[in-house]
Design a protein around this ligand. Structure first.
Ligand code: NDP
Length: 270
């Protein structure tokens, strides 16, 4: 309807460095999602040996391309590339991944911002399923820049969803089980398959499982399957809500990336 009304077709550009299997899967899913909703997309591929300056030049070129609304660089990058410099080179107004320090700062200050896609997808799930968050205890496991840290800030913010009392845990946290057991909302993003077991969960809790681990499987055609950070089968019966892996937070992440791209095309953020 945007295009039918004379609007611009939203366009997402993505840069992929190297040929890591998981990164290929994620980037292809993003490009395919663009096609599904009628967005334009451009995938720029670089060999894993690309230099920092060539990568920065391409980012600059895309920043200046008026047809492109959103630009993402698939992480992780090879070790010789300075990831922070790359993130900072993206025009914040095209930073639909929400990783640029300007967007992170705006998020912390509760100003209009491109929110990182995975935390944003979690908020959308909580809202759509009418999960009450105000005054609840939210425990986040994992403090990455792309998931754990931003979602802990967003869950504590004066918004709906939000207004939680938040405990952010990580690998140095002591007595993790005692903490997770007190969570009304438990958000798990540590990348260890089936780490959260039934004894770590309070009855009636809402569980958001972000983790994705590839494990070998004798049953599937591909020879592998995806596991979450939560032992779904044993935790399932204890909680009020639980997101499955695959099929929960992952698709929401892609949906929120598209939403950010649409907002950028409409110049609707800032
Ligand atoms: P990272 O892999 O960057 O970091 C893991 C975090 O978990 C760190 O903060 C680490 O603590 C913490 N941690 C590790 N072991 C423990 C432990 N035993 N107890 C408590 N905390 C621990 O996190 P990401 O957010 O990048 O990824 C986490 C998972 O989420 C991965 O499986 C990833 O594939 C998945 N993911 C899924 C997405 C989706 O769309 N569904 C999007 C992004 C990620 P410390 O800081 O002390 O090292």
């Amino acid at each position: 309807s945007l295009i039918a009304n004379g609007g611009k077709r939203p366009h997402l550009a993505a840069i992929l460095v190297g040929s890591d299997g998981a990164s290929e899967t994620y980037i292809n899913a993003k490009v395919k999602a663009c096609e599904m909703v009628g967005f334009g997309s451009t995938l720029v591929r670089f060999d894993s040996t690309v230099s920092q300056s060539d990568l920065l030049s391409e980012i600059k070129r895309i920043n200046n391309n008026l047809d492109v609304d959103g630009l993402i660089v698939q992480l992780p990058l090879p070790s010789h590339i300075d990831e922070l410099e790359v993130t900072q080179a993206i025009n914040p107004k095209k930073d639909v991944d929400g990783f640029h320090p300007e967007n992170i700062g705006r998020m912390v200050l509760n100003l209009p911002a491109y929110l990182p896609a995975t935390p944003s997808g979690i908020l959308e799930l909580l809202q759509r399923y009418n999960v009450e968050t105000s005054g609840k205890h939210c425990v986040v496991v994992g403090r990455s820049h792309i998931v754990g840290s931003p979602i802990s800030i967003l869950m504590a913010s004066n918004n709906n969803p939000g207004n939680c009392t938040v405990t952010l845990t990580h690998s140095r946290t002591q007595n993790l089980k005692e903490i997770t057991k007190t969570a009304d909302i438990l958000i798990v993003a540590l990348g260890k398959a089936e780490f959260v077991t039934s004894e770590m969960v309070k009855d009636g809790a809402c569980i958001i499982d972000v983790g994705i681990t590839r494990a070998k499987s004798d049953i599937t055609k591909t020879g592998w399957k995806l596991l979450g950070d939560v032992a779904f089968d044993e935790v399932n019966h204890k909680c009020s809500f639980i997101t499955p892996v695959p099929g929960g937070v992952g698709p929401m992440t892609i949906a929120m990336l598209l939403k950010n791209t649409l907002k950028s095309a409409k110049r609707a953020v800032y």
